[in-house]
Every structure is written in C-alpha cells, then in structure tokens.
Design a protein around this ligand. Structure first.
Ligand code: 1CP
Length: 341
C-alpha cells in the first residue's frame, strides 16, 4: 500500500509529502455529477455501492494519497432522530430545530450497526477495493459543529440560536453536547472496527467562539472523543476551521494531527502549536485558479513551511470549490508530489 499518509500521521517526514483534499469527491468532478444526476445526495450516502464508487473517483482520477469516506457529518443526526434533508440550492436542513429540553428528549443514542449499517458496509467495500492502494479516512463532525446544525436548523451566519442556548441555557446546551459526544464515540469506533485507517473530526464552526467558550463548549467534548478512541490505535486529525486564535488550545485536544485552514501560515501556526506536531494543510482553495507557475510557487511555499513541523500532510485550507476544473486539482496534486520529492 502507498502508506505515506499514515506514516506522516505518525510523525514521519516522508518523501514525497502525502496529499489529499477535503471534499475531494464532489460536484467539481463530472464523474460525480453523473451519479448525482441519478440519485439525490442522501440516497448516495445510504447506498454503499454508490458511496464507495464516488469515494474511489478521486483516487483513480487524481492520484491522492488517501481516500475519505463519502458521507456527511450530519448522517448520525438523522439516526439520532433529527429530521434531516438536503435542499437543492440551500444545503442541509434540520427540521424541527432543537430549541428546548423537550426537543432534546426526542434524540436518542445510536447503535451504528443497526442505525447506520450503510456507512459500515461502504467502509467494508472500500477496504476491499482499495487493497494495496491508499488508506481510508473516516470522519465525523465535532460536537459543537453538530450542535450548531441541530439548534440552528441548518447553515447560519449569525449563530444566534446556538450561542443564545450556550449563554442562556448552559445546562441544556451541555446535555446536547453530551449526547452528541456519546454518539460520535460509538459512531467513530464503529467506523474504525469496520476498517477506516484514520479519522478526522471536523469542527467547522468552533472558530466563531472566543477562547474561553471554545474551551468550554468545544474542546472538552472533542478531547473526550479523542481520549476515548486513542486505544483503538488509528491516527486522529482535528480540523477547526478559522481556528487561528485557538491553536494552543487545539493542541491540547489529544489529536495526532492538527488541520489548518489557509488564514494562518504554517510557520505562524507552529509558534502556537510548537514544532513537535504533525500539521495538515493549508492551501487557500481559491488559489487553485492561479496559472501554473503562481500555483507552483504557492505550493512550494507551503511545503517549505511544512518542513518545520514534525511531519506535514498537504491539503487545502477547506474543501475543493465546485467551480475548480478537475485538471487543476490533478495538477496541484502532481506538483505537491514533484516539489516534495
Ligand atoms: O451533491 C450535493 O449536492 C451534496 C453536496 C455535499 C457533499 C459532496 C454535501 C452536503 N456533503 C458532501 C460530502 C461531504 N461532507 C464529505 C465527503 C468526503 C469528501 O470530503 O470528499 C465530507 C467529509 C463532508 C463533511 C461536512 N459536511 C462538513 C465538514 C467539512 C466542511 O466543509 O467544513 C460540513 C460542515 C458538512 C455539512 C454540509 N453537507 C453538505 C453541505 C453543502 C454542507 C455545508 C453546508 C454549510 O456550509 O453549512
């Protein structure tokens, strides 16, 4: 197997540097669009053959060094009893949103084998199909980010409902985080038992918190998840989007790898993290539109900075944009390999 991704996760400086991209499966790929044209997004997630097929597309087409399970962070919320849908042009919707103790009582813990068997089946298909190629990454949303979707009922710009609950009903909010944390531990354990070789916890919205609130409402729950999974022995990645002001706290999470968005240079991030850490990132997804030579310079700069960390996994600072031509993505991956060899 091409194992540079797993070796880098464990702290080895590899040649070349491994690369994979968040949202590497998705709308920018015509091969994805073709399948998506026949099935809606939730059906794709729940049909193991389709989910496995789109997971493999970037491995086959782009030459990435890791596959990431095709699913969504919100899938376990549905299994917990929340009403989940993906509305065309609008994104995820949770209806009704969680606003009271009575709403919380409607949520239950999950038994992954019974409640999300399709995820585990997808993983088993993928391990078979990937054998001898690249490792498979599993994932989940971190508790604060999951709570945001539950309480806001979907995407938000103001975070007014989730923050209002955090500040005005702290004990209710803690109960929401507790149940999500419990579910996430059993969900990720099941993914690992089914065969994923690394896990990433996505904390997409925790960056809206002050340091004080991040510690109380995000970090301790994410840390609980990492502490519980540590004994399973697979590398764990923590990605907090827009978390530049939180890096020294993120370092305390217990994750093996820290994901960085593009706002903080790797060298600046290492001042807060210390150099004895594995980092993942952090090309601005919009730089993929640059002409070749400028793109090469930007990639070279990130690889150079990554050398100051214990080890480096190349990635974008957030997901691949739907507007990016697949040839650009392929070119960027080739450049990472070439420039770090
Ligand atoms: O075809 C479509 O219309 C669906 C678009 C889509 C896709 C391709 C959604 C809806 N989710 C996904 C896949 C997905 N989501 C993956 C697959 C693996 C890969 O990376 O290739 C992963 C890891 C996610 C994780 C995810 N979902 C996150 C965390 C990462 C991030 O982007 O910050 C979040 C916040 C979500 C929620 C979600 N699901 C879908 C969308 C469009 C969103 C974001 C909505 C928002 O901005 O609030």
């Amino acid at each position: 197997m091409r194992d540079i991704f797993l070796r880098a996760c464990k702290g080895e400086k590899t040649t070349p540097v491994p690369v994979w991209f968040m949202r590497q499966a998705g709308r920018y790929l015509p091969q994805y669009q073709k399948i998506r044209g026949k099935a809606d997004f939730l059906t794709m997630c729940k049909t193991p053959e389709l989910a496995a097929e789109v997971t493999l597309q970037p491995v086959d087409i782009l030459g990435v060094d890791a596959a990431i399970l095709f699913s969504d962070i919100l899938i376990p919320l549905e299994a917990m009893g929340a009403g989940l849908s993906f509305v065309e042009g609008k994104g995820p919707v949770i209806n009704p949103p969680l606003r009271s103790l009575a709403d919380l009582k409607g949520l239950r813990p999950i038994e992954p084998e019974e409640d999300v068997p399709f995820v585990l089946k997808t993983i088993k298909i993928l391990r078979r199909e990937l054998s001898g190629r690249v490792p498979l990454i599993g994932f989940a949303g971190a508790p604060f980010t999951m709570a945001t979707y539950l309480i806001e009922g979907g995407t938000t710009k103001s975070f007014v409902n989730v923050k209002r609950m955090l500040f005005s009903s702290p004990s209710l909010f803690r109960s929401v985080l507790d149940i999500i944390t419990k579910v996430t531990i059993s969900y990720l354990s099941a993914q690992i038992k089914a065969g994923v070789q690394a896990v990433q916890l996505f904390d997409t919205w925790a960056g809206v918190l002050t340091r004080h609130d991040f510690r109380d409402a995000a970090l301790i729950y994410s840390k609980r998840i990492f502490d519980a999974l540590k004994k399973m022995g697979v590398p764990m990645i923590y990605f907090v989007y827009d978390g530049g002001h939180l890096l020294d706290l993120i370092r305390l999470s217990g994750a093996d790898v820290i994901g960085l968005d593009w706002r903080t240079d790797i060298l600046a991030a290492l001042k807060s993290l210390g150099n004895d850490v594995v980092v993942q990132g952090n090309l601005d997804p919009c730089l993929m539109f640059l002409e070749d030579e400028r793109l090469r310079e930007r990639i070279a700069r990130i690889i150079e900075q990554g050398l100051s960390a214990k080890a480096h996994i190349f990635n974008l600072g957030h997901g691949v944009l739907p507007e990016v031509p697949p040839e650009r993505v392929r070119l960027a991956i080739d450049m990472v390999h070439e420039l770090s060899s």
